[in-house]
Design a protein. Sequence first.
Length: 246
Amino acid sequence: MIPYIVDYCRHIYIFSDSILIRKRLTDLIHEYGVRNEVGFYNPCKYSAGTYTTGYEFEIYPPIEADNKVYHIDLKLADEHLYYKNVKINVVADNKILQNLFVYPSTFKVHKTFFGYVIEGSSPKNEPIRIEMLLKPYSVAGFVKYTDNVEENTISAYNSYMRTENIIKEAKYLLTAIILLFPLIAYLTYLRFGKEKPYTVPEYLSYVPNKSRKPWIVNLIFNGEVGKFDENGFYATLLDLHNRGYI
């Protein structure tokens, strides 16, 4: 396997003496590679199986600073597959590391004698970040001075946690609604959809409404509602005769 590195400026470093392999791998990196990439290339292709590798970086990070703290934001991953097991060791003296903020919030943080251990799983493309507030001048890097570094960092993390809590509560609420939906539908049916019982006598008898016109009665009781026949016409003539019009 041939190790290679692609830095932020897309400079490619291939650790092989073969000119042919360096050329082939350079072409592949130009086509598929990204900035800040480290990997291993097998000219004979990889067979199915499990491959284990380790990485060791010496980082010279950008640093936000004021007179009280140094702030470092390490963005370790953003576009990636599902990570089942993630373990990050932060080796730092407590006198230097003043505060630690971990993304995503589902990661567990354990205090150890050498610093912190961060463990958890990460969904696909979930950003993995570590923000650290350090004692001034405790690490080397590209320093940029600004105001209220600690306050802005804590405020941003609190906003992130509030959003995460809202999303988590919304998921719980949606799950509860899904589980309770059959009961809600049944209660709604009992309240609004169930037919009400009525007692219907075997024979329906009542005094006819004398003000009702014969043609209206014919339209209703002639078998097909809305159809007017000769019986309605004859009844209308009789009604007019009884009232003295004809």
